[in-house]
Design a protein around this ligand. Structure first.
Ligand code: SAM
Ligand code: SF4
Length: 333
């Protein structure tokens, strides 16, 4: 039961009302910035079950969390994942159930996701060139993602957005085309600076760094960008493209720190509650729920207590390698 005023507020006065849940660390792609080529995945016995995830989601909503993002790894390759969407979609107090996906499974699942209550989807797309796309994802097929985007558009979600990680000399020449792709389909787009999460052997993150300001300057050669006051309570800074109406977001963990307004926490697929993307402060929620099955008050007490260790912020420094040892697929991007 939700009690009035029973909400999550940290020691810096920030209210946490948004949780991102990584439901698996596995994926059908191997993006070069996200995973190492030879990844060790979490053994299945250590994963939270879908029921455990739903219980944790419910405890969060009873503490005022109104927005839940399902992510991964690739969330849509987890078996029976639609059931989790349905269970979470029914939670009282939930305002927004959203998803981040690489899009490959959307031709199969888009309709069921919409029925379960998903209104907004972020789809990752870093290149429109099949060869480049393959090199960036190591194994991904561009056609499948484009088919996923087409299905999502035809299904009629409220809001669809492209997410693109831009790496220097790999896909920085495509930023204008990616905006054109999104604009032609009435989608928004966000550009993300690569973050130093986990060891990767494929490239040097410092050399591949391409800043949001560089992307913005590239776009301004073709388009007029107007700053907007739009906010999703998150790290994106938004602009509107005058010529097309497209909203362009910049997620800039290096060049524009966003910790002061942080409203979120993350749950890993093993049940670790991460209080900050770029720090290791965490609480083992799997231990709490397995030691006290069905005791939601104890779970909620663990969530309230976690607020005391939410750090003030993080600083990424590309000269230190790696800053954080867990990869993005574990973190839940
Ligand atoms: N598999 C899904 C996908 O790709 O959308 C969801 C999980 S993925 C980890 C979520 C987002 O994190 C993607 O948009 C991806 O491009 C981004 N990402 C992964 N590793 C990153 C890194 N090291 N720095 C910045 N963004 C990263
Ligand atoms: Fe998979 Fe998403 Fe990571 Fe790419 S970014 S490897 S699609 S989890």
């Amino acid at each position: 039961m939700k009690r009035d005023g029973d909400i999550l507020v940290d020691n810096f006065g920030r209210t946490v009302n948004y949780i991102r849940i990584s439901v698996t660390d596995r994926c059908d792609f191997r993006c070069v910035y996200c995973m190492d080529e030879e990844m060790q995945f979490v053994p299945r016995a250590r994963l939270l079950s879908l029921e455990e995830i739903a219980d944790i989601a419910r405890a969060f909503t009873e503490l005022g969390v109104g927005k839940i993002r399902i992510t991964g790894g690739e969330p849509l390759i987890r078996r029976n994942i639609v059931k989790l969407f349905r269970d979470i979609g029914r939670l009282e107090g939930l305002r927004e159930l959203v998803l981040t996906t690489n899009g490959s499974q959307l031709p199969r699942l888009a309709g069921e996701l919409q029925d379960a209550g998903v209104k907004r989807i972020n789809i990752s797309l870093d290149s429109l060139d099949p060869d480049k796309f393959r090199r960036l994802t190591r194994v991904g097929e561009l056609d499948k993602v484009l088919a996923g985007i087409d299905t999502a558009l035809a299904t009629g979600f409220e809001h669809l957005k492209i997410n693109a990680v831009i790496l220097k000399n790999r896909n920085d020449d495509e930023v204008t085309d990616l905006v054109g792709f999104a604009a032609a389909r009435g989608m928004d787009i966000s550009f993300i600076e690569e973050m130093p999460l986990g060891m990767i052997g494929e490239h040097d993150r410092a050399e591949a760094y391409y800043s949001s300001d560089e992307i913005k300057a590239d776009l301004e050669r073709r388009y007029t960008l107007l700053p907007t006051l739009d906010t999703t309570g998150g790290p994106s800074r938004y602009y509107r493209i005058v010529e097309t109406g497209t909203r362009v977001g910049f997620i800039s963990p290096h060049s524009h720190n966003f910790c002061d307004s942080c409203n979120r926490v993350r749950l890993t697929c093993e049940g670790r509650l991460l209080l900050c993307l770029g720090q290791e402060h965490s609480v083992d929620l799997r231990q709490v729920i397995r030691a006290h099955p069905g005791d939601r008050e104890r779970l909620k007490q663990a969530l309230r207590a976690s607020m005391a260790i939410k750090p003030k912020g993080h600083e990424f420094n590309l000269a230190v390698k790696p800053v954080i040892f867990r990869h993005m697929n574990v973190t839940g991007g």
